[in-house]
Design a protein around this ligand. Structure first.
Ligand code: SF4
Length: 415
């Protein structure tokens, strides 16, 4: 498993696999062929089908500017991975270099079949069962295990991540109006936040506050704003909403927030290592499901629950998203993505609370590793139409209901 620095990254939304990964690919080809005059780029699979809505073409052109980039969307040729692209760099004398990039999720890319040099494995374990046994033997909490592997300077990195997460929520709360794109979806984070403040019931108020923060970060992402991959950009509302709530609303100390982020990242890393965090590979269970597991582990860690209870919280967070499809309407990371982040944020808190009490009354039969394995198997069985292609599910039903007139659809379907 790689460093958690590779999991949490700060960058432009709306999609880690369709925006951040392609941006990295464009930077790589610029560095590899600096004398190229222009580029021909072919996007395949999910990148071709939802690339326009996910702004893949815009980020490629922007990164390669002022050089010219011609982009082709090939929806027919099958590739081994659904997020494959080929970039041909052409020099002034007509000679060229082609490289194949695969955006594997969370902004990570493979270049001509290999991971870049910086992303080598550093963790000695790849299963939570083994990590738990090691921690038990060495009297370590899960956050201490992460520090042991990553080194003490990981705290500095995570401070930056926590700050960027809080910033994404603050920025989202400060904006009103309409999100870019043909859905013309209203930003509602601020309105939700205001509603939360007038709730009579403290429980409702807290839940709605957290959900408004998830809306805020997700709306920032949907508008191409700066967010943190947690573990992806489509799911970048869940963990930041919790970081904001525990840090800003409840005033938890920085150390508790950083330890919570370590545990959350460990959970995300294990999901990526043993399954995937790519919606194009396994549907939304791999994105928002993974984010909910990370969020649940974060909340459990903040509440000083045991390693077993943290595992149980993460396991519940993922288990109850199993089978969740990815069917973004018109290819935008908006419907169902934004609302889904909000629902998962409070689900993470529920999972952490339940894990605290459930362990006292029953033994857990389903481990986190088992659920990750199940998510991977389920993802393989999901049809391609429900894995970030916008060819079925809500992407079809919502458009059937509202017709192809996106302007009309947007005004009637305020998600
Ligand atoms: S439905 Fe889920 S996996 Fe698909 S784009 Fe939206 S957030 Fe990402």
């Amino acid at each position: 498993m790689q460093t958690i620095r590779e999991l949490f990254k700060i960058g432009p939304g709306p999609s880690s696999s369709h925006t951040f990964g392609p941006m990295r690919a464009a930077k790589d080809i610029l560095a590899s062929v600096p004398d190229a005059e222009r580029f021909e780029i072919t996007l395949y699979g999910s990148l071709a089908l939802t690339g326009r809505g996910h702004l893949t073409d815009s980020i490629l052109k922007k990164t390669l500017r002022p050089k010219k980039a011609e982009i082709h969307f090939d929806i027919h040729t099958q590739q081994d991975h659904p997020n494959t692209m080929v970039i041909k760099a052409i020099r002034p004398d007509g000679s060229s270099v082609s490289k194949t990039y695969v955006s594997i999720g969370g902004g990570k890319i493979m270049i001509d079949g290999k991971l870049p040099e910086a992303a080598k494995d550093i963790y000695p374990h790849t299963k939570l069962d083994d990590i738990q046994a090691y921690c038990k033997e060495n009297y370590l909490r899960l956050d201490e295990y992460v520090t042991q592997v990553e080194g003490k300077d990981i705290d500095l990195y995570l401070k930056k991540i926590a700050k960027a997460m809080i910033r994404s929520v603050k920025d989202g709360l400060s904006k009103t109006g309409t999100l870019p794109g043909k859905l013309h979806l209203d930003r509602v984070a601020y309105a939700l936040y205001e509603s939360a403040k007038t709730c009579d019931s403290p429980a409702d108020r807290d839940a709605l506050l957290v959900q408004s923060y998830a809306y805020a970060a997700s709306e920032q992402n949907a508008s191409g704003g700066t967010v943190v991959t947690a573990p992806t950009m489509g799911s970048a509302g869940v963990l930041p909403s919790l970081v904001y709530h525990y840090s800003v609303d409840l005033g938890m100390p920085d150390k508790a927030i950083l330890n919570g982020l370590k545990v959350a990242a460990l959970i995300g890393n294990l999901i990526q290592e043993n399954a995937t965090i790519s919606g194009a590979k396994a549907g939304c269970q791999a994105e928002v499901g993974a984010a909910c597991a990370m969020g649940a582990a974060f909340v459990a860690s903040i509440n000083r629950l045991s390693n077993e209870q943290i595992e149980s919280a993460a396991e519940m967070g993922l288990e109850h998203h199993l089978g969740l499809t990815c069917d973004p309407v018109m290819g935008y990371v908006m419907i169902p993505c934004i609302e889904r982040n909000a629902v998962a944020s409070t689900r993470a808190i529920d999972a952490a609370r339940l894990s605290k009490y459930l362990r006292n009354v029953k033994k857990n039969r389903v481990s986190f590793d088992m659920v990750v394995k199940t998510m991977n198997l389920t993802g393989k069985k999901l049809p391609m139409e429900l894995k970030e292609t916008s060819l079925d599910g809500l992407a079809v039903v919502v458009m059937e209901k509202h017709g192809q007139n996106a302007d009309k659809a947007s005004s009637e379907s305020k998600n």
